[in-house]
Design a protein around this ligand. Structure first.
Ligand SMILES: CSCCC(=O)C(=O)COP(=O)(O)O
Ligand SMILES: [Mg+2]
Length: 240
């Protein structure tokens, strides 16, 4: 087992899907919303610069002979972490989050811990395959209110893939912190491997309702208070 910090970390870097939020929320709410709205959105906005750039990149990455909208739908069904798809999803979800039709799911243990950690002076950041715009929508319109002000940084795959050690080294550099001061939380073994390889402390969230596959190579916790206990972090004050 690797990744347990000797001193408590000064920064927390968290994944979203499977870590702060249910995989079912992403697969059963977010993806179907984007799927339903895709054609209308592309018909209305397909010529706008950002959307057109995503469509060109998606066409380049599509399988030979595959139509671009067909490729986008296939990637959604596969939960493929493809940059132009993730950018388009974020743009499509914006209307849903802003109207209140979608609320960002967070497991109930997450917001109290994030607030306690931020209050104690820990630096909080997000690293997700979801675009930075989508991350801010989810935390800004979450079931626990607007949590965006708790975070100092948001990273998506523009910094590199989540299974590549270089991405975590770049994030540590961007945060001006030694990698070992950063604790990365994720449900995915390959992401934890990459972060640990870059020198970060890591912990796997093994959330029973997400059916996470436990990875014996890294410390494991069923929720954020258990992460706090493992790594000497503050725990939320109990309501009186
Ligand atoms: C607001 S991010 C939505 C979730 C998403 O699209 C995604 O791909 C999450 O992947 P993660 O890297 O957080 O597991
Ligand atoms: Mg995840």
């Amino acid at each position: 087992m690797s990744g347990l910090a000797k001193a408590p970390p000064s920064a927390i870097l968290t994944d979203i899907e499977g870590t702060t939020s249910a995989i079912a929320f992403v697969k059963e709410t977010l993806f179907p919303y984007a799927e339903r709205a895709l054609d209308g959105f592309l018909d209305a906005h397909g010529e706008e610069a950002e959307v057109a750039a995503c469509l060109r990149e998606a066409a380049r990455l599509a399988a030979p002979g595959e139509e671009v909208r067909q490729a986008l739908r296939r990637w959604m069904a596969e939960d493929a972490k493809i940059g132009p798809l993730k950018t388009l999803q974020g743009l499509i979800w914006r209307g849903g989050f802003q109207s209140g039709e979608i609320e960002g799911h967070l497991w109930p243990d997450v917001a109290p811990c994030l607030r306690a950690w931020a209050r104690a002076g820990l630096y909080l950041a997000v690293y997700s395959s979801g675009s930075v715009a989508a991350q801010k929508l989810l935390f800004g319109h979450s079931v626990a209110g607007d949590l965006v002000p708790l975070f100092g940084g948001f990273f998506d795959t523009a910094v590199g893939g989540k299974r590549e050690a270089a991405s975590y080294a770049a994030i540590a550099q961007g945060l001006h912190r030694p990698p070992q001061e950063i604790l990365f939380l994720s449900d995915i073994a390959e992401e934890l491997d990459a972060a640990a390889h870059a020198g970060l402390s890591v912990c796997q969230l093994v959330r029973p309702r997400d059916g996470t596959v436990p990875c014996p190579r890294h410390p494991q916790a069923p929720d954020f208070p258990a992460v706090a206990a493992l790594f000497g972090l503050p725990v939320p004050r109990l309501a009186a």
